[in-house]
Design a protein around this ligand. Structure first.
Ligand code: SF4
Length: 335
């Protein structure tokens, strides 16, 4: 949700290479599930159960054959559609075990707060938004209040979020549209949401999935990077990514899938230095090796060790729990 650092293409195993038909004559478009080297052992990731899970997965990967044998016989078989679907769903199941408490990391108490916070999260972190919105919602608790606000006062509140003038315009315009066209309520339909100022499909699906319980895929920067690394799709357009990934999973899994992928992107599979050597889904990842493979070095890249990841919530909003969300980990637990 929060826009973090822009994903950059890595030098090794660029999945986009498979998109080039010219290269298909010499290399397969898609590789079979990982046959590459895997970490000899994985770092403890969070709680004991997670650490055990990580170790088991890594151990399984480590027993797949000697490195020399793997070098001689690299994974060259194209992956069938069925195999892709199975691998994608298995990745999601593994991530669900690693992040059973995955949830939106923006603070909100109702759908209005969620849509405003999501709009504000463009080009900044959820942490920054969460530090900013309490003052905003204390002063302007309803769409009517925000629509009638003094823009300069709103700008001052939103200044820490960056692009504060444009964001002020967006959230005030959004509030006015809610008042004028929807009786001051956030609509629960995609076609209505995307007509609101500053609201694209990504924001709309965040709102639908987390405030209305309607399945949606959130294609943010983390999601785009990870699904391409996993070769779930070679598309680069967010709408095409959404359609391609949506076709791999039952609709009912879309919202939690989005949370799992984004959690993993924020904590382990970073844009610049993915922590491959401490990654619990390494055996399923064709991009293993794009990041640090040494388990000890990889552990140091994990962003939820030693005090947790900045911006991480320890407890999701009550409204989210009331809506059937996933319970948070115990207070003080890393992750
Ligand atoms: S951290 Fe490495 S092994 Fe794990 S998903 Fe990312 S690229 Fe794949």
């Amino acid at each position: 949700m929060g826009a973090n650092k822009t994903a950059k293409a890595t030098k090794v195993s660029d999945p986009s290479a498979a998109e080039n038909p010219a290269r298909k004559t010499t290399a397969p478009a898609k590789a079979a599930p990982v046959r590459k080297a895997a970490p000899a052992k994985a770092a403890p990731v969070k709680k004991a159960a997670t650490a055990r899970k990580t170790a088991e997965v890594a151990e399984a990967a480590a027993t797949r054959g000697a490195p020399s044998a793997r070098r001689k016989a690299p994974a060259v078989k194209p992956e069938s559609r069925t195999a892709l679907v199975r691998r994608a769903r298995r990745i999601n199941r593994e991530l669900a075990e690693v992040y059973p408490y995955a949830h939106p990391e923006l603070d909100f108490e109702n759908s209005f707060q969620l849509i405003v916070a999501t709009v504000l999260s463009a080009q900044t972190t959820d942490l920054r938004v969460n530090q900013t919105t309490p003052a905003l919602f204390a002063k302007y608790p309803t769409p009517e209040d925000l629509a009638a606000a003094d823009p300069q006062e709103v700008e001052e509140i939103l200044r820490p979020c960056g692009f504060f003038r444009a964001k002020t315009k967006s959230v005030m315009g959004l509030s006015k549209a809610l008042v004028d066209n929807h009786g001051g309520e956030v609509p629960g339909r995609l076609e209505d949401l995307v007509k609101l100022p500053g609201v694209g499909r990504k924001t709309a699906f965040v709102v639908l999935g987390n405030a209305f319980g309607r399945p949606g895929i959130t294609v943010d920067t983390h999601f785009q990077r990870l699904v391409r690394r996993w070769r779930w799709t070679e598309a680069t357009d967010p709408d095409k990514i959404e359609a391609a990934v949506g076709a791999l999973f039952p609709k009912s899994e879309w919202t939690m899938l989005s949370h799992h992928v984004i959690f993993h992107g924020r904590r382990i599979c970073h844009a610049r230095k993915p922590a491959c050597g401490a990654c619990p889904i390494a055996p399923l990842c064709p991009a293993f090796g794009e990041g640090e493979t040494d388990p000890e070095k990889a552990r140091k890249l994990l962003k939820y060790e030693k005090g947790g990841f900045p911006g991480q919530r320890l407890k999701p909003p009550q409204s989210y729990l009331d809506a059937g969300g996933i319970p948070a980990p115990p207070l003080g637990a890393a992750g």
